[in-house]
Design a protein around this ligand. Structure first.
Ligand SMILES: CC(C)(COP(=O)(O)OP(=O)(O)OC[C@H]1O[C@@H](n2cnc3c(N)ncnc32)[C@H](O)[C@@H]1OP(=O)(O)O)[C@@H](O)C(=O)NCCC(=O)NCCS
Length: 126
């Protein structure tokens, strides 16, 4: 998704639906069987891979607008939740995500190539 003004891209977001691995599907089936339930094999979690706004156009609400539209789009695809990873020291982004109802679920050690940790953040969409 891009935010354009007069033909210039001022921000973009990359997002999609998570596709569970074979192992995850198997785990879901086994857990469901264990609890005597129907396995929920839907690919129902959205994921935000990237979101960035041109530095000259930050704090104008563009990031929030893209995020809002992105969450609506994921919901229209049937997502029940949305996840993302963010650097633990990225205060601006964490503030943005918290404003939109995301909560920190866990800290992932050495998530980034330079060794930085990430927070896995999640928002329920139901
Ligand atoms: C994070 C980012 C996308 C925010 O985009 P933006 O267009 O400036 O955000 P908005 O103007 O929509 O701000 C929405 C909310 O985010 C939070 N926020 C954004 N920038 C902030 C800052 N510098 N300090 C504190 N809070 C901030 C605030 O809660 C803000 O709400 P408010 O204006 O009512 O206080 C932008 O700073 C960016 O591109 N950063 C670099 C790339 C990046 O880190 N992306 C995230 C990767 S996971």
């Amino acid at each position: 998704m891009v935010y354009e003004r007069d033909g210039t891209v001022l921000g973009y977001m990359i997002l999609g639906m998570k596709i569970p691995s074979l192992l995850e599907r198997l785990e879901r089936r086994m857990l469901a069987a264990w609890h005597g339930q129907e396995a929920d094999l839907e690919e129902n979690t959205g994921h935000i891979m990237n979101l960035a706004i041109d530095p000259a156009f930050r704090r104008l609400g563009i990031g929030g607008l893209l995020l809002q539209r992105g969450l609506e789009y994921l919901q229209s695809l049937g997502a029940k939740a949305c996840e993302l990873e963010v650097r633990v020291n990225n205060q601006e982004a964490i503030a943005l995500y918290e404003k939109f109802g995301f909560a920190i679920k866990e800290r992932i050690k050495n998530y980034y190539r330079n060794g930085d940790d990430a927070y896995l953040m999640i928002k329920e969409l139901a």
